[in-house]
Design a protein around this ligand. Structure first.
Ligand SMILES: [Zn+2]
Ligand SMILES: [Zn+2]
Length: 660
């Protein structure tokens, strides 16, 4: 009797044995349905073995083999095992990342948008041509490259040209992009640039049936180019020849719940498994990738110039935040610059760094603040809906007409939200046509696309926006970007805050002057001497990165240290304390017993110490050496699973990118 060992999507670190009824045929990687407890779950055949340690009478049969899905190939199975081991995640959940949603199979379809152009195809410049050749070794083999190109330098053209060469040679290319960048416009642009290439698109917002069709197109080898968000890193690709990770520094590549993996790092592992080249692209590489390039472990290719003729990088000026004549946070320098653009019929983008800058409600008489009753967080004013909302849980309430503490009827919104800025701008420039682009104004499906079309058609003078407008959009008449609230990031306690701020500022600055008209960026700040702004003005990421790396080295922080974060939450503070202090004590004991270089710190409250009525805290484990941390983690996880505090929910995050 054949025994199959299944990876089932349950929170366990083991495989489960079943017997195979005669008449069913499976291969390694086959998707099957089996009962576990009372549930019927879809799992993957991870091993086929002759005999089980489980007594035969206790073994269950598998119920059925999922029809219409080819078995997961060896490299995808190996990838799932790697993710389970490296990130300390349940193996069945890792295999589940690689399966498509289960719906009735139909014929595989691929995207084709015939004649969707309107975009001018530029011939590659010398830098781009050099980059294309350099990222593709002959013969094809594992070779990681970092393409560091200023905004507008045409990194996408480099990726697509490299992909086109491999596709012409019969291979598949996988292009991973951040969630916010995967727009219909990007897909159109790719289809237009690579006419005749069969393209599949994979992301989590696709309906299940559509996602499955796209997955099948990838898995059967029918699709030649696969464009997707982080989940596409697991797509089966029988003829894979190249992986590209665009905006490799983007935080959306890290999955923050469920299986906590980093798609960029998993992609590097996959490229090594398949012995194919991988290209990481960014204007502002992550310090992790930057350090690899400086050590010579990645090929390092720079695109220092904008690809469109005449388009230069915008001039960046720092202007004071608090100056006389400032109206609702818009200083006089910025006011003059806006007026000049309006007079010339050019477009302006006002960008608010939303992080920690959302408008909340304050009573000036008694100091009362509108707080979420369930979290240690201020409620945010959403004036359009007339609601106060918590951005950390689902709490929402009406905006009070008077202070609940003292009865004062004059409650002030504090902070510059996009809505308040929009009203101020409308009063300053009554003739200007203004559009606000944020989560509230674009909630309706297609409304973002409609706004973008209006902007492109020149029907808008001033755009007011948050992160949504920072990336990827190309408006030739946009010549001024004003940045408000950038300093907020400098108050953050997180060690990656300045790195992220720089990336954000480069991205938003990159919106200015992409066509023939010169661009200008005005950043309002109280800290004009800060290195992050000096580097921005000089367009000098390298100097900034070198300084940050030196600082990280002296502080023993990533990429010079490797971290794992144990986060826990509970209703009762005492249960949380007991769990985490036991976790820290046992962690130290393991490290001592094994002579490990790992250090386990004492519990500290999370950045948000209470969320949805749960108290939250963390323990950090750190090692100068990745191998030592990897050896330590499974032992620690075993101990954590033995701690008897049932009311505590916990998770381990290996290589965390944040401490929320
Ligand atoms: Zn009051
Ligand atoms: Zn809340």
């Amino acid at each position: 009797m054949a025994i199959v060992r299944l990876a089932l999507p349950v929170a366990a670190h083991q495989l489960f044995d079943y017997w195979l009824p005669s008449g069913l045929a499976v291969a390694l990687g086959s998707a099957v349905i089996a009962k576990i407890g009372r549930r019927r779950l879809a799992g993957v055949v991870a091993e086929i073995i002759a005999s089980s340690e489980v007594a035969p009478e206790r073994l269950l049969p598998i119920d059925e083999v999922v029809a219409g899905i080819p078995p997961l190939p060896d490299d995808v199975c190996a990838l799932a095992r790697f993710v389970a081991a490296y990130y300390q995640e349940p193996i069945g959940l890792c295999f589940a990342q690689a399966l498509p949603p289960f719906v009735v199979a139909r014929r595989a379809a691929v995207v084709s948008v015939p004649g969707a152009t309107g975009l001018v195809k530029h011939a590659l410049n010398a830098d781009q041509r050099t980059a294309v050749s350099a990222v593709l070794p002959q013969p094809l083999e594992f070779a990681p490259s970092l393409v560091q190109g200023v905004t507008g330098s045409g990194k996408t053209e480099v990726y697509l040209a490299a992909a086109a060469r491999l596709i012409a040679a019969g291979r598949q290319a996988l292009l991973l992009v951040p969630e916010i960048n995967l727009t219909p416009q990007l897909v159109e642009r790719i289809v237009a640039a690579l006419p005749g290439v069969r393209t599949a698109v994979l992301h989590s917002r696709l309906a299940a049936g559509e996602r499955r069709r796209q997955w099948l197109a990838a898995a059967t080898g029918d699709a030649q180019l696969i464009v997707g968000t982080r989940l596409a890193v697991f797509a089966p690709l029988p003829r894979l020849g190249l992986i590209v990770v665009d905006e490799e520094q983007d935080a959306s590549f890290k999955q923050q719940e469920g299986v906590r993996y980093h798609a960029r790092d998993v992609a590097i592992y996959r490229a090594r498994l398949r012995d194919v080249p991988i290209v990481l692209g960014s204007a502002t590489p992550s310090l992790e990738s930057y350090a690899q390039a400086t050590r010579g472990r990645y090929r390092w290719l720079k695109l220092p110039q904008r690809a469109v003729l005449q388009a230069a990088l915008p001039e960046v000026r720092l202007v004071p935040n608090r100056a006389s004549g400032s109206v609702e946070g818009i200083g006089s320098a910025l006011q003059h610059a806006i007026a000049a653009r309006l007079a010339r019929n050019e477009q302006v983008l006002l960008f608010i760094n939303r992080r920690g800058y959302a408008p909340s409600l304050l009573c000036a008489a008694c100091g009362w603040k509108a707080m979420c009753p369930r979290c240690d967080a201020r409620l945010v004013v959403h004036r359009d809906a007339g609601r106060l909302r918590c951005h950390h849980c689902s709490h929402a309430g009406n905006i009070p007409t008077a202070c609940p503490e003292c009865g004062n009827q004059d409650l002030l919104p504090l902070g510059f939200g996009t809505q308040r800025l929009e009203r101020a701008v409308a009063e300053l420039y009554p003739a200007a046509r203004i559009v606000r682009v944020d989560r509230d104004s674009t909630r309706r499906k297609d409304s973002f696309a409609a706004m973008r079309n209006a902007i492109a058609a020149g029907e808008v003078d001033i755009m007011i926006g948050t992160q949504m407008l920072a990336k990827g959009h190309d408006f030739p008449r946009l010549t001024l970007v004003g940045v408000l609230g950038a300093d907020n990031a400098l108050y953050s306690g997180e060690f990656r805050a300045t790195e992220r701020l720089f990336t954000l500022l480069v991205q938003v600055s990159g919106r200015a002057g992409r066509g023939a008209l010169a661009g200008e960026v005005l950043v309002q700040t109280d800290f004009a001497d800060h290195p992050v702004y000096a580097a921005l003005v000089a367009h000098d990421y390298d100097r900034f990165a070198a300084a940050l790396l030196a600082e990280r080295k002296s502080l023993g922080l990533p990429p010079f240290a490797h971290l794992a974060l144990l986060s826990a939450e509970a209703k009762r503070p005492a249960a949380l304390d007991t769990f985490l202090s036991t976790a820290a004590t046992r962690g130290r004991a393991i490290a001592a017993a094994h002579g490990s270089e790992c250090e386990v710190f004492s519990p500290v409250p999370a950045a948000l110490p209470r969320r949805a009525n749960l108290v939250r805290a963390q323990v950090l484990a750190q090692s100068p050496n990745r191998r030592a941390l990897q050896a330590f983690l499974p032992l620690w996880r075993d101990e954590l699973e033995r701690i008897e505090e049932r009311s505590v929910r916990w998770s381990l995050d290996v290589d965390p990118i944040g401490f929320a």
